[in-house]
Write a protein that binds this ligand. Structure first.
Ligand code: DAH
Length: 349
């Protein structure tokens, strides 16, 4: 036996002993690296083969490989042994008390405003309207100009505005999406029917019924031969979906720059059924939204010919809908994120 082979035999004996003596997985790994790694003694022996004759090399080489494989095998066995021991130890020491009460995860609630938005979206989708989402930071052009509210128009004062620059602002209503969609729509493909829900901003002092930010939904239907009867039928259907089948609606004349004629829409009181109560301030009717027949100037500004196309638009306050529907008397509740408030409206199951 050559001296190299002797050296290898010794390495194998010593190595096996060390491996078997390892007390944990970390130590075992250190031993493995030291013994079998690139800087280890076996690699060194293999390097020393340079000095052997051609005839000696194959025998020593294959012997070295055998030693390495044998040691690797011992490492694997030891590893399995240590892992098993670890599991057994865990089983012996860690017990689970299945009778202890569990941790109840805190589940958030689907916001009541989101619920009303979804109900409205479903209702209008069902009538063939599409849902679009515009921009909270909007151009003055879409928020006012294209809606028949040129600069210095008194109606701009009705909506006290947060300006970002002279031409850019926080949208004060959802009507800019009307102008945007009108401008984009290809009427050769059919009428435009859309709703757009979203957050709007106004410089207002917050109190029980005012908030500097709230939610609206805009809707419009522009095509050929769209009439005020279509407006009434559409709103009546939507309102019955939200406030119950028995609801009646009525129109009262009003003014908005973007519609002519314009109307204010009331629903018959759902609490007293029209008899008069505190919710309807003893009138039997509750004002819920503004609407009208789209002004020809709005169509023209978007490049739509008012001689051929026309239709209606409406804008409703989502917060107001939610307050009425659920009997909430302070709009600030929606924005304070108090879970005790928010979880009351969550449908469970
Ligand atoms: N943009 C109006 C507002 O914020 C709401 C509105 C009223 C929208 C009448 C309309 C409409 O499209 O026809 O007060």
């Amino acid at each position: 036996m050559s001296t190299l082979q002797e050296k290898l035999t010794q390495l194998q004996q010593k190595g096996s002993q060390d491996i078997k003596a390892a007390s944990d997985l970390k130590q075992l790994n250190d031993i493995r690296v030291k013994l079998l790694g690139k800087k280890g003694p076996i690699t060194e022996v293999l390097r020393g083969m340079r000095d052997l004759t051609k005839e000696e090399r194959p025998a020593v080489g294959s012997f070295a490989n055998k030693v390495r494989d044998a040691l690797a095998e011992v490492v694997d066995q030891k590893k399995a042994e240590l892992e098993q021991a670890k599991i057994e130890q865990q089983l012996a020491t860690e017990t689970i008390d299945v009778t202890l009460p569990g941790d109840q995860p805190k589940i958030g609630a689907h916001h009541v405003i989101s619920q009303v938005i979804e109900q409205l979206e479903d209702t209008f989708l069902g009538m063939g309207f599409k849902v679009v989402y515009g921009y909270e930071v909007e151009e003055e052009k879409y928020n006012f100009e294209m809606l028949n509210m040129p600069k210095d128009h008194p109606a701009r004062d009705m909506q006290d505005t947060f300006y970002i620059t002279k031409d850019v602002l926080m949208r004060t209503h959802m009507s800019p999406d009307e102008a945007r969609e009108l401008e984009k729509h290809d009427f050769s493909q059919g009428p435009l029917k859309m709703v757009s829900p979203g957050r709007v901003y106004r410089r207002d002092t917050d109190d029980a019924t005012h908030s500097h930010q709230f939610f609206q939904m805009e809707g419009q239907y522009i095509g050929k031969n769209v009439t005020m009867a279509d407006l009434k039928g559409t709103l009546e259907f939507a309102i019955r979906q939200i406030f119950g089948e028995e609801r009646e609606i009525r129109f009262r004349p009003s003014y908005f720059p973007f519609t002519e004629p314009s109307v204010e829409v009331d629903i018959s009181c759902f609490k007293c059924n029209g008899k008069g109560c505190d919710v309807c301030k003893h009138t039997g009717w509750i004002e819920v939204l503004g609407a009208g027949m789209t002004h020809p100037n709005v169509l023209k500004a978007a490049g739509v010919d008012p001689e051929i196309y026309g239709g209606f638009a409406f804008g409703l306050g989502i917060d107001r809908f939610a307050m009425l529907k659920y009997g909430i008397d302070d709009i600030r509740n929606f924005y304070q994120n108090d879970v005790r408030f928010l979880t009351q409206f969550e449908k469970r199951g």
